[in-house]
Design a protein around this ligand. Structure first.
Ligand code: FMN
Length: 280
């Protein structure tokens, strides 16, 4: 089985085996090209300079705008960043992730309540819900759903991508660079392009379904055993792809164990307060 197989061209059994790092799971069920594309997703962190075909950006955005949006409020926007100086500054914010500068298309996805706020001003109505945490959450969810639709569209076209959550290392500076008004926050970035042939481009195994799918009642029984199984699969995956040998347990401890791993994001609530999201 070729792990670097082009997007969506594996058989059902092979695609599921890659996703779970073992035999196909679940063993039976429906299958089509869309699901094949979804299951073959992998983040790519190195891009060729090749430009995308004309109209690709607009097609990805049409896919993004086709996602559901809470109450059709459409509280998201997106900035395509082409200016090399801005790209360099954004890469620096993202702890020097070189692909932010390198990829042919870099998008910053925005939670954006400012448009609706301006509507309120023009219509002389106070939109009382705007300062509430619920509204920020709706905007962040809207942005994520839109971005994921763009991801699926890109991958269905044979493009690769990686999300850049590290935009939240410094949302104020991202806002300054992109001219964001109050009530707009860059929730994450996204690199899109053709993968460098030299970078790891493999489907990363996920937790077994028994760890995350429950029927009627949440049930964490057996979780330790499931985690041990997944740790083994992730260790084997890391070894296969010359990554620092890593288990999922180690990763969770490393990313969630110390505040320092938040790279400044631990101050997010107070930062948002200063960005027009008072979050009540
Ligand atoms: C919101 C979000 C932010 C992310 N931020 C980064 C990032 O800043 N840098 C990076 O290399 N990967 C980032 N990732 C990619 C994840 O590390 C990746 O999705 C995860 O390890 C699973 O691997 P896969 O996407 O190849 O299946 C992010 C993913 C998400 C969903």
């Amino acid at each position: 089985m070729d792990v670097n197989h082009p997007t969506g061209t594996h058989s059902r059994a092979d695609a599921l085996a890659l996703r779970y790092g073992t035999e196909a799971e679940p063993t039976n069920g429906p299958w089509n090209d869309v699901i094949a594309t979804l299951l073959s997703h992998r983040s790519v962190r190195g891009f060729l300079p090749d430009a995308l075909p004309a109209g690709t950006l607009e097609t990805l955005i049409a896919a993004a705008q086709s996602a559901s949006t809470s109450s059709n409020l459409q509280t998201w926007s997106v900035v395509a960043v082409t200016d090399p100086a801005k790209r360099a500054a954004l890469a620096k914010i993202a702890s020097n992730q070189k692909h932010v500068e390198q990829c042919p298309l870099y998008l910053v996805w925005l939670a954006d309540v400012s448009r609706n706020e301006r509507l309120g001003v023009e219509e002389s109505v106070t939109l009382e819900t705007i300062p509430h945490f619920e509204t920020f959450l709706v905007a962040a969810i809207d942005a994520a759903l839109a971005a994921q639709n763009a991801t699926v569209a890109a991958e269905s076209l044979g493009l690769s991508m990686v999300y850049i959550g590290a935009m939240r290392n410094d949302p104020v500076e991202v806002g300054r660079l992109l001219g964001l008004p109050p009530g707009v926050m860059g929730v994450f970035g996204m690199c899109v392009g053709y993968p460098l042939p030299t970078v790891t481009n493999a489907v990363k195994p996920r937790l077994p379904q028994s760890a995350i799918l429950f029927h009627d009642t949440y049930d964490a029984t057996g979780e330790s055993a499931t985690r041990a199984v997944y740790d083994e699969r992730m260790a084997a995956f890391s070894q296969r792809h010359d990554m620092t040998q890593d288990t999922w347990t180690k990763r969770v401890k490393g990313r969630m164990g110390k505040i320092a791993a938040m790279s400044g994001r631990e101050k997010l609530v107070s930062i948002l307060n200063g960005m027009g999201f008072p979050l009540r």
